[in-house]
Design a protein around this ligand. Structure first.
Ligand SMILES: Nc1nc2c(ncn2[C@@H]2O[C@H](COP(=O)(O)OP(=O)(O)OP(=O)(O)O)[C@@H](O)[C@H]2O)c(=O)[nH]1
Ligand SMILES: [Mg+2]
Length: 632
């Protein structure tokens, strides 16, 4: 029966029901949420993937729909970090605009059920009705772990089902249970007796969990040791670090070399469209708009899609494999030396995609000082929006030859730019620790090392598609809008009658460019760069589309942008711009998210200020050093 066919009594009005998914980190809550609701939220094999509340609608086999909320993972309601506070507040009904959930879906990792069962026992005190889901049952079975769901259900007094959230049909038991609950009517909540547990309560609850496990879970004599065997190499203090370095290195080589054929293809595609427009649209303002703003500008950015996707392919595979937490473990010493918390690794790693989710991921750090340091340095990590800028300049100025026979020099320079971002992040955090927090010792941190899992092609494909969509959307909105603005500035006003100079020199763009020259000439930038930099605050890629448009309007539309730059700039200018892009506080969304997450405009201005100073000084030194060495 469809729920919407007949007006139903209160208990059977599932549309109003709210179900909250709660569980320890990395037990598959988001995978379960996606499977229930058909959403495509990001999952990854490490703790702290989800840092905010997400809502969706689950359709049950009976046709009923119920509201489902996915929450950040937590080991206890005694929330410490901001992400855990979200979970606590939703469960206890303290979240603004949200009432207490009607039913908790408590998720435990069946292959390592301890923390999930402990949390389930703690949650029982809230009085909320719940269902316990023993997720990842496939992994548990594979390892020979047996779960007695009847014993669990008897002891806890709640329905217990097993689930595999990443296989079709893996939620059948849960679906049936939810429909049965709806048919019976969701029980009224009991009184909320939860209070923050103290150390003695925690000890007791751990013992209770042990007793429950002894009764309901049978572990095999010989635990699975593949993860341990692999970790003996990958977590080795020397081999492990060497492996990590080689991996990163291969990644950047791949970004450069694998992408080339695809990029050429897209470039050729735009070439054909450009030829068509040039042949069929009469010369004039419309043709200039299509050729200079749309094709040269936005098209010039779209060409970089393959590179961005290759970088994400690596990141998604490593995430799903469970390697990221290992990398965090390996980097802990180095990061700790620079005053960064071990938990900062994942936020900093996410910042390779974009600083915005990276800064949000810092919510997993419970200590405010360490969270602020992480937020402060996250924008120094090389976000994917820098890829087009880096690639453009590298391809134009660094010869495509090999070093030592196999290493591409261009890939090497790219690696160097990423390394420069990382090293400067370590340096800035060490400086911040020295200046602001010298006396406070760093608290220790516990890292969950997940078991390795084979990456699932479907989830990697979904991840890639999401990234591609986001990039194309940016290109179609922000980047397009700003490129059109630059085109307008470069086109109007027209040159006066009888003008002898190229028309663009009479445009607003040239006027603005010349206005900024006093700040930018000392670092080797010309007025064309200046024009692209200001709208580039909206998105870094606009430097590419902006330069393409300015040069195209200026009459340089016949050859590729790289060739135009190579002909117009000195190597010193190119290097200076690369260094500028390592440090420049360049995108407004990042600054806005810093303000929100750090809780004040002062942190935003501090980030803007230090990054601007670093960018200007770095570019100044680079430019003058390069000129001294004869590259001017
Ligand atoms: N084999 C198997 N893998 C699963 C299952 N459920 C989730 N996974 C994988 O486990 C990893 C963690 O899943 P997530 O859904 O991100 O876990 P989470 O509980 O939301 O994690 P946080 O948001 O960090 O708390 C991912 O790599 C998933 O693909 C399952 O039932 N079986
Ligand atoms: Mg999650």
């Amino acid at each position: 029966m469809d729920c919407c066919d007949t007006p139903a009594p209160a208990a059977a009005r599932p549309d109003d029901l709210r179900l909250a998914i709660v569980g320890p980190p990395n037990c598959g809550k988001t995978a379960l949420f996606n499977a229930l609701t058909g959403s495509r939220q990001h999952v990854g094999n490490y703790s702290g993937v989800t840092v905010e509340r997400k809502a969706g609608l689950a359709k049950l086999p009976s046709g009923a729909s119920i509201g489902v909320i996915d929450l950040p993972g937590t080991h206890s309601l005694r929330a410490r970090s901001p992400d855990e506070v979200v979970t606590r507040d939703v469960v206890l009904g303290r979240h603004h605009n949200e009432r207490v959930p009607d039913l908790l879906l408590v998720v435990a990792d069946a292959s390592a059920p301890r923390s999930g069962l402990r949390l389930a026992m703690e949650l029982a005190a809230t009085g909320l009705p719940m269902v316990l889901v023993m997720n990842m049952i496939d992994i548990a079975r594979h390892r020979g772990i047996e779960i007695d769901t009847n014993a669990l259900s008897e002891t806890l007094g709640v329905p217990v089902v097993t689930a595999n959230s990443v296989r079709k049909g893996g939620l059948d038991a849960l679906h049936a249970e939810l429909d049965a609950i709806l048919a019976r009517g969701v029980p009224e909540p009991g009184p909320n007796l939860w209070s923050p547990p103290d150390a003695a309560d925690l000890r007791l609850s751990h013992r209770a969990a042990d007793r429950l496990i002894a009764r309901a879970v049978t572990e095999p004599e010989l635990p699975d040791t593949l993860t341990n065997r692999v970790d003996r190499v990958l977590l080795h203090p020397v081999f492990g670090l060497v492996f990590l370095l080689v991996l990163l290195f291969v990644m950047f080589q791949a970004v450069f070399t694998w992408a080339a054929p695809l990029m050429d293809l897209i470039d050729a595609g735009f070439g054909v469209v450009g030829g068509f427009v040039a042949a069929h649209v009469p010369e004039g303002i419309v043709q200039s708009f299509l050729l200079d703003a749309v094709i040269a500008g936005v098209g010039g950015v779209l060409v970089f899609l393959p590179q961005i996707l290759i970088l994400f392919l690596f990141i998604l595979l490593l995430e799903d494999l469970g390697y990221m937490a290992r990398a965090a473990f390996l980097m802990d010493k180095i990061m700790g030396g620079a005053g960064l918390h071990g938990r900062a690794f994942i936020p900093l790693l996410s910042s390779f995609a974009c600083a915005v989710p990276g800064i949000m991921a810092a919510r997993v750090i419970d200590n405010r000082r360490d969270r602020l340091t992480t937020i402060l340095v996250a924008p120094l990590m090389t976000c994917s929006a820098r890829i087009p800028v880096y690639t453009l300049i590298i391809s134009a100025f660094i010869p495509a030859r090999h070093v030592l026979g196999v290493l591409s020099l261009q890939g090497l320079v790219m690696f160097g730019l990423y390394a420069a971002g990382i090293v400067s992040a370590l340096g800035v955090s060490a400086a911040a620790k020295f200046m602001f927090w010298r006396r406070e010792p760093s608290p220790p941190f516990m890292l969950d090392l997940p078991d390795y899992k084979l990456p699932r092609p479907r989830s990697v494909a979904i991840g890639l598609a999401t990234r591609a969509k986001a990039f194309l959307k940016r290109a179609g909105t922000t980047i397009f809008a700003m490129t059109v603005l630059i085109w307008l500035l470069a086109t109007f006003p027209f040159a006066p009658a009888g003008a002898t100079e190229p028309p663009i020199l009479y445009s607003f763009a040239a006027m603005i460019g010349h206005l900024l020259e006093p700040i930018l000439t000392p670092i080797g930038f010309n007025w064309q760069i200046a024009v692209a930099l200001v709208p580039g605050m909206a998105a870094r890629e606009i430097a590419v589309s902006g330069l393409a448009t300015v040069y195209a309007v200026g009459g340089d539309s016949t050859s590729a942008l790289g060739a135009i730059l190579a002909a117009n700039w000195s190597l010193a200018t190119a290097l200076s711009l690369l260094v500028w892009y390592i440090f420049a506080p360049q995108c407004i969304s990042t600054l806005a998210v810093i303000r929100r997450e750090a809780g004040g405009a002062r942190w935003m201005w501090l980030t803007f200020g230090y990054m601007f100073v670093l960018a200007w000084m770095g570019s100044f030194l680079t430019y003058h050093l390069a000129v001294l060495l004869g590259a001017g």
